[in-house]
Design a protein around this ligand. Structure first.
Ligand SMILES: CC(C)(COP(=O)(O)OP(=O)(O)OC[C@H]1O[C@@H](n2cnc3c(N)ncnc32)[C@H](O)[C@@H]1OP(=O)(O)O)[C@@H](O)C(=O)NCCC(=O)NCCS
Length: 199
């Protein structure tokens, strides 16, 4: 892998450590999230179908720590998501400025990963709608992207529901082995104007 660290140049910073939607809370990560994050998400081969591999407990814990570190540094990020009605941790949704250089760097992406028990309820779209509101109304970004492996149609359906459009600018992900069916990625985008018109 040939990647270098890229810092997204934001002109505005805000602190967003807890957000609510109709059915969800997007919040900082807690120690109690570690077990379900590993068992129900990162160790689940269905959830991780479009990633190169599932994660070990150590990798899963390290990812949660890193996601919280980015929220601490930026004031926004890939928040832990909690279902209001049950208080259960269900995964993460939010904004991310990855540390890996891609053909369209610099960028902020909107992303998601939910426990399978919580798919099919509109939760990813609901939480990501709030994340886009933060991206455009608070951070005043010009554009937000989202990308995933070509076969990950479920994720692409979320992008489309959110109003992102397929740019047709597919690219090969440098962190994925070139022989993998997950090597080629689609790139979706939404601009601030497009977002404002969709309200
Ligand atoms: C990608 C992922 C978040 C999509 O989850 P999802 O639940 O399908 O997406 P949404 O939250 O938009 O939910 C939409 C579904 O909920 C249904 N739904 C049920 N009640 C709903 C409600 N009240 N409001 C909206 N939709 C509702 C919709 O009809 C739709 O169902 P369908 O898939 O049968 O068409 C999930 O599959 C996932 O976590 N995958 C693994 C991680 C991953 O691939 N991440 C992306 C990597 S880049």
């Amino acid at each position: 892998m040939n990647s270098k660290i890229v810092i997204f140049p934001l002109s505005k910073t805000v602190v967003m450590t807890s957000l609510t939607t109709e059915r969800l809370i997007l919040r900082s990560w807690r120690d109690s999230d570690s077990k379900p994050f590993f068992e129900q998400i990162n160790a689940d081969s269905d959830v991780m179908e479009y990633f190169p591999s599932t994660l070990s407990r150590e990798e899963s814990d390290a990812l949660a720590t890193e996601l919280q570190r980015r929220i601490d540094v930026n004031g926004w990020g890939l928040w832990a998501v909690e279902e209001k009605s049950s208080g259960q941790f269900i995964g993460f949704v939010g904004l991310n400025s990855p540390l890996i250089e891609l053909p369209f760097t610099p960028y902020v992406e909107v992303g998601w990963r939910l426990s399978k028990a919580f798919w099919g309820k509109g939760y990813a779209t609901e939480a990501a709608t709030k994340a886009l509101e933060i991206a455009f109304a608070e951070l005043e970004l010009d554009e937000v992207v989202s990308f995933t492996a070509v076969p990950n149609l479920r994720s692409q359906a979320v992008m489309t529901r959110l109003g992102l459009r397929d740019t047709g600018e597919n690219f090969n992900h440098p962190a994925v082995p070139s022989e993998s069916p997950l090597y080629e990625h689609v790139l979706f985008k939404i601009t601030r104007d497009e977002w404002a018109k969709s309200l």
